[in-house]
Ligand binder design. Structure first.
Ligand code: ATP
Length: 193
């Protein structure tokens, strides 16, 4: 059984993934896979053909330059995602399948843009981490040293979770301390077995 963990910026996806890993489950992370793409020559070639100003002198991807391009321009972000996401999803599903074949189930993957990419049906289940907007803004601002405006700009690239019908998914409310979150996760995982 493959389960995706998703939610808005600063909702607590990584925290949930880490707690699930501490409980002994196998977990993966789309961002980690995405970072490893810079070693994939086909990916690098496509990205630099689309964003020539994001190249280093050595012909590699300058990740900071690329991030500043795509966070200022919605269309640029869409084009980068269209290159990266299908490769990331393919790799992560393969990793999950290998873990399952080795006898691990359920297996989990943190997929920040699951709904935006319409990848939800590739998984047997989805955990959606929900947290108040004010807590998400404060946590992201403090963690990444961003201004509130910068956090809000990044949120514009994600769906509005308050407007999405999430009734088909498992909601993980992150509105308490870490112990409360751990307890809620343990309850949900109990239902899976
Ligand atoms: P992003 O999408 O930006 O990567 P995320 O959804 O993965 O964010 P986390 O990184 O898990 O969110 O959480 C954001 C911040 O809030 C982190 O600094 C984390 O330690 C903190 N945090 C999350 N949940 C809790 C909680 N229940 N109690 C205290 N701190 C929390």
């Amino acid at each position: 059984m493959k389960i995706a963990i998703t939610g808005g910026i600063g909702s607590g996806k990584t925290t949930v993934r880490n707690l699930i890993a501490q409980m002994g489950y196998t977990v993966f992370d789309a961002d980690t896979v995405a970072r490893s793409l810079s070693n994939d020559p086909a990916y690098v070639k496509k990205v630099l053909a689309t964003f020539p100003t994001a190249a280093t002198a050595a012909g590699e991807i300058d990740r900071k330059a690329l991030a500043s391009i795509v966070f200022q321009n919605e269309d640029a972000l869409r084009r980068l995602n269209a290159i990266a996401h299908p490769i990331v999803m393919q790799r992560i599903l393969l990793q999950m399948q290998e873990a399952e074949n080795a006898g691990n189930t359920p297996v989990f993957a943190e997929i920040p843009l699951l709904f935006e990419g319409e990848y939800e049906n590739l998984f047997d289940g989805v955990f959606v981490v929900k947290r108040s907007l004010s807590a998400r803004i404060a946590a992201t601002r403090d963690r990444d040293g961003l201004s509130e405006e910068e956090v809000l700009a990044r949120m514009k690239n994600q769906i509005d979770y308050s407007k999405k019908d999430l009734s088909a998914y498992t909601i993980i409310e992150n509105d308490g301390d870490l112990f409360t979150l751990f307890r809620r996760l343990a309850e949900e995982l109990e239902k899976i077995h």
